[in-house]
Design a protein around this ligand. Structure first.
Ligand SMILES: *[C@@H]1O[C@H](CO)[C@@H](O)[C@H](O)[C@H]1NC(C)=O
Ligand SMILES: *[C@@H]1O[C@H](CO)[C@@H](O)[C@H](O)[C@H]1NC(C)=O
Ligand SMILES: *[C@@H]1O[C@H](CO)[C@@H](O)[C@H](O)[C@H]1NC(C)=O
Length: 428
C-alpha cells in the first residue's frame, strides 16, 4: 500500500532531477466536427503554458491522429502550432479503422518529417499507435458501444509499421508505444502490444468505475493509484505514462461518483499534485469542446482564459491534506474493466472533447472527434472503420517510455519514468 512504497519511490526520485513531462490531450476536431485550425491548436497550447496556479510546465500535447481533419493525409496543423509555441508532441496514429486509413496516418507522418524537419522532430516526445483500441473490443467496451477497436496483433503490427517508417529519419529514436485503459494493460491476452511497445500509456477514470461499488471522490486517489500499480505490475518494466485521467466538474452521477467542481478539485489534489512532475502525465483535460457532453472535464470550462481555471491548480491544499489512502480497493481487471459507462474500468473513451458517462456510448471518430449516441444507436460494428472522417479520434491517454535512449535524452521528463517503472507511485 501506499506507505510501503513511499520510501522506495522517494529514494528513486531524489536521483532523478529531470522533470516529468506534463500536458493535455487534443483531438483534431471539436465535438461538432469542425476541424481545429493551426490557430485553434496554438490557442490551446498557449493557454496550457500560462495556466494560473501552475509553474508553466504544461508544455506538451498528446494527439490522436497525424491527419488534419477534413483531409486524406495532410499532416495535422497541431505540428506548426507546436513549433510556433515550442510545445512537445506525443504523436498519435489512429489505429481502429483498418490498414487503408492507417496508411494515411503513416503518409502524414512521413510528410511531416519531410515538411517540418527538425523543428518538428526535435519536439516529438513519443509516438502512440492507437488509443483504447483494445478496450473497445473488450466485453465492457462492446457493452458500452464504445466503437470500433482493434486487436493486439493488429496494434503490434502497426507498431512495427511505424518503426519502419521512422527508421533512418530523425525520429528513429522516438519511443513507440500504445495508449489504452488500465484494464487492457492488465489483460494478459494483450501482451503482444506490451512486447512491441517501448512505453505504455495508461488511461484511468475512477469516476467511471461504478463496478467497484464505492467510486466516490474519496476513493478517487486510491482507485487511480491501484490502477497505475496494476498496470506497472503487468507490463514487465516498460515505462508507464499517464495518458488520460481527470474528474468531471459537471455531469451525471456514475455509481456513487458525483461530478462537481469541488470533486474535480479534490481529484486534482489527490492525483495531479502527486504525479505531476514525477510521472509523465497528460491530464484530461484543458477544455471541453462541447458543453452538451454529459460530463465535462475542462479545467478552463468552455473558454481558454488561462487566468481562470475552475479550480485551484496550485496544490496548496495538498501539503496540508492527509494523503494517506485507505488503499482498500484492489484493482480488479475482471469484469468491469472497461470504460466509461458505469462499468467501470476506469477507462475513458473520450476524445478531445469531453467524456460522457456511461449509459451514453461514445464513439471516437478517426478524425479525432467524439460522437455521442444518446439513443444507443451506435453500433460497435458500425461505420467507424469504413468512415475515416467520421470516426472518433484519438483518445487522450498515456505517455510513453522507451527502451531506446534517444527519446529519453530528448525529453527531460522521460528519464523519470524509467526510474519509476516498477515502483509504486505513492511516494510523493
Ligand atoms: C482480453 O483481451 C483480449 C484481446 O484483446 C480480448 O479479446 C478479451 O475480451 C479481453 N478480456 C477482457 C475481460 O477484457
Ligand atoms: C507544497 O510543498 C512543496 C514541497 O515542499 C512545495 O514545493 C510547494 O511550494 C508547496 N506548495 C504550496 C502551495 O505551499
Ligand atoms: C469528423 O467525423 C465526424 C463523424 O463522422 C463528422 O461528423 C465530421 O464532419 C468529421 N469532421 C471532419 C473535419 O472531417
Amino acid at each position: 500500500m501506499v506507505a510501503t512504497h513511499l520510501l522506495a519511490l522517494a529514494a528513486s526520485l531524489t536521483a532523478a532531477s529531470a522533470q516529468a513531462i506534463q500536458g493535455f490531450n487534443s483531438g483534431n476536431t471539436f465535438v461538432n466536427g469542425a476541424a481545429k485550425a493551426q490557430s485553434d491548436f496554438e490557442a490551446e497550447m498557449t493557454a496550457a503554458q500560462n495556466l494560473a496556479g501552475t509553474d508553466g510546465s504544461f508544455t506538451n500535447f498528446r494527439l490522436y491522429t497525424m491527419v488534419q481533419a477534413g483531409t486524406t493525409n495532410t499532416p495535422i496543423s497541431a505540428i506548426p502550432a507546436a513549433i510556433d509555441t515550442d510545445t512537445g508532441l506525443l504523436l498519435g496514429l489512429w489505429a481502429s479503422a483498418g490498414q487503408a486509413v492507417f496508411d494515411n496516418e503513416l503518409a502524414a507522418l512521413r510528410s511531416a518529417i519531410q515538411q517540418y524537419g527538425s523543428d518538428f522532430t526535435s519536439r516529438v516526445i513519443g509516438i502512440s499507435v492507437g488509443s483504447e483500441d483494445l478496450y473497445r473490443i473488450s466485453p465492457t467496451g462492446i457493452a458500452n458501444e464504445a466503437g470500433i477497436g482493434a486487436g493486439p496483433d493488429v496494434i503490434a503490427n502497426y507498431i512495427r509499421q511505424v518503426r519502419e517508417v521512422i527508421a533512418g529519419t530523425p525520429l528513429s529514436g522516438a519511443g513507440v508505444g500504445h495508449v489504452d485503459t488500465w484494464t487492457a494493460w492488465v489483460n494478459g491476452s494483450n501482451s503482444a502490444v506490451v512486447q512491441a511497445s517501448d512505453w505504455v500509456g495508461m488511461n484511468a477514470f475512477p469516476y467511471f468505475q461504478a463496478e467497484v461499488g464505492d467510486n466516490s471522490i474519496e476513493q478517487g486517489g486510491p482507485l487511480f493509484f491501484d490502477a497505475y500499480d496494476a498496470t506497472v505490475g503487468a507490463v514487465g518494466g516498460k515505462p508507464v505514462w499517464i495518458t488520460e485521467t481527470g474528474w468531471p466538474y459537471q455531469g451525471p452521477t456514475v455509481g456513487v461518483a458525483d461530478a462537481s467542481v469541488d470533486n474535480a478539485q479534490s481529484y486534482w489534489n489527490q492525483v495531479a499534485c502527486r504525479v505531476l512532475g514525477n510521472i509523465n502525465t497528460f491530464w484530461y483535460t484543458l477544455r471541453d469542446a462541447n458543453a452538451a457532453n454529459a460530463a465535462s472535464f475542462g479545467i478552463l470550462g468552455d473558454d481558454l482564459d488561462a487566468s481562470s481555471p475552475q479550480w485551484d491548480l496550485s496544490c496548496a491544499a495538498e501539503n496540508t491534506t492527509s494523503t494517506s489512502t485507505s488503499a482498500s480497493s484492489t484493482a480488479t481487471a475482471t469484469g468491469g474493466a472497461g470504460g466509461r459507462g458505469g462499468n467501470g474500468n476506469g477507462a475513458s473513451t473520450t476524445e478531445d472533447s469531453g467524456l460522457t458517462a456511461t449509459p451514453v456510448p461514445i464513439q471516437t471518430n478517426v478524425n479525432g472527434s467524439m460522437t455521442l449516441f444518446p439513443t444507443g444507436g451506435a453500433s460497435a460494428t458500425g461505420g467507424a472503420s469504413s468512415n475515416p472522417t467520421g470516426s472518433t479520434g484519438p483518445t487522450p491517454t498515456s505517455p510513453p517510455v522507451f527502451e531506446g535512449a534517444a527519446t529519453i535524452s530528448k525529453v527531460n521528463g522521460a528519464m523519470l519514468l524509467g526510474a519509476i517503472a516498477g515502483l509504486a507511485l505513492f511516494a510523493f
